[in-house]
Design a protein around this ligand. Structure first.
Ligand code: UDP
Length: 323
């Protein structure tokens, strides 16, 4: 049967990789990407020439259509702290307003998929974090527009599931990096790489001993693909998707410096309410998706991302020299 799918945020970093995978699906009849191009860029899907794909440049919270979809994948949201902290209202609207609106476009019996975040665990007091951990979040803190709108959207979806039996798939993504991150995104790995290639000075916030679990985008999208479009998954709760190898920010920065001669680390004041650690407990993910696991080490992933950024920076330089 030919399926109609809507992806919000499909021009974004993770969204565009997901769109590439969706177009490999033989059962895909139509794919509508809804993206307001706030943090996403059209260039991320420009390589695609497929009549099944169309782009609607609109906010997820106000997109209207007569069409109803078999599957909706709601990814529209900034994910970088510097972006969502600048525009908290817009962030809340994208997540919660987007989900409320897109739910009205789902066919009866359709499936609603949502990319939530490890931020729902806040600054965790247990490590690694299983899905059952309720988190340590400041609901009025500087990260709250993102954390709480993801949490509230989870509540909306699981309450819809409880009340009306909606088929809900909620993935909690841990730190993800790789090609197609914006140069001005601001998150650690992309920032370190673009800084190494431009100013040569890598801004480490605080002592850099805070840790994260860094997932290369292809591994993360492998997990999403399995979780979001398999019909035979009976598990209906939230699922951690990430790489469970936890590494400090300083180690990542030093590794980037080792690849780009002449670059160095500079310590800056800590970011507000910066979580000290983050690591997924993947026990459940391994049970639900037995054929999935993150394969790319941070060393390999950073090298691949660096190659992609080098091309972007040199294209940007030659475009600016010409003009
Ligand atoms: N970070 C840093 N320098 C940067 C960007 C980020 O030291 O230029 C740190 C940040 O303080 C945090 C970690 O790297 O401890 C991951 O930050 P990111 O913004 O990538 O994601 P987060 O996990 O905070 O949402």
């Amino acid at each position: 049967m030919s399926r109609s799918v809507l992806v919000s945020g499909g021009c974004g970093f993770i969204g565009s990789h997901l769109v590439d995978r969706l177009l490999l699906r033989a059962d895909l009849g139509k794919l509508v990407v809804v993206d307001n191009l706030w943090t996403g860029v059209q260039q991320n899907i420009e390589h695609i020439n497929d009549p099944r794909l169309s782009l609607e440049v609109q906010d997820a919270e106000s997109f209207a259509s007569h069409q109803r979809f078999d599957e909706i994948m709601h990814l529209a949201s900034p994910a970088s702290p510097s972006w969502y902290m600048r525009e908290p209202v817009r962030t809340i609207k994208a997540n919660i307003g987007g989900a409320l609106n897109l739910l009205t476009l789902l066919k009866p019996g359709g499936r609603f998929c949502f990319t939530s975040t490890s931020e729902v665990y806040g600054d965790p007091l247990v490590s690694p974090q299983p899905e059952s951990y309720r988190g340590s979040v400041d609901c009025i803190g500087p990260r709250s527009s993102y954390d709480e709108s993801k949490r509230c959207t989870e509540a909306l979806l699981f309450e819809s599931q409880r009340i009306s039996g909606l088929d809900v798939r909620v993935a909690r993504l841990f730190n993800t990096y790789g090609p197609r991150t914006r140069i001005d995104d601001g998150r650690a790995i992309s920032n370190f790489i673009s800084q190494a290639l431009t100013t040569g000075i890598l801004t480490v916030y605080g002592d850099g001993l805070q840790s994260r679990s860094w997932g290369y985008v292809e591994d993360i999208v492998d997990g999403l693909e399995r979780f979001f479009w398999r019909d035979n998954i009976s598990y209906r709760g939230t699922l951690n998707i990430g790489n469970d190898c936890e590494v400090s920010v300083l180690e990542i920065a030093n590794f980037v410096c080792s690849l780009v001669p002449g670059s160095r680390v500079e310590h800056h004041p800590p970011a507000p309410q910066d979580p000290t650690n983050r690591c997924p407990d993947l026990t459940l993910a391994r049970r639900v998706l037995p054929d999935w696991g993150a394969k790319v080490s941070y060393q390999e992933g950073v090298r691949l991302t660096l190659e992609w950024f080098r091309e972007q920076v040199s294209e940007w330089r030659s475009a600016n020299m010409e003009s």
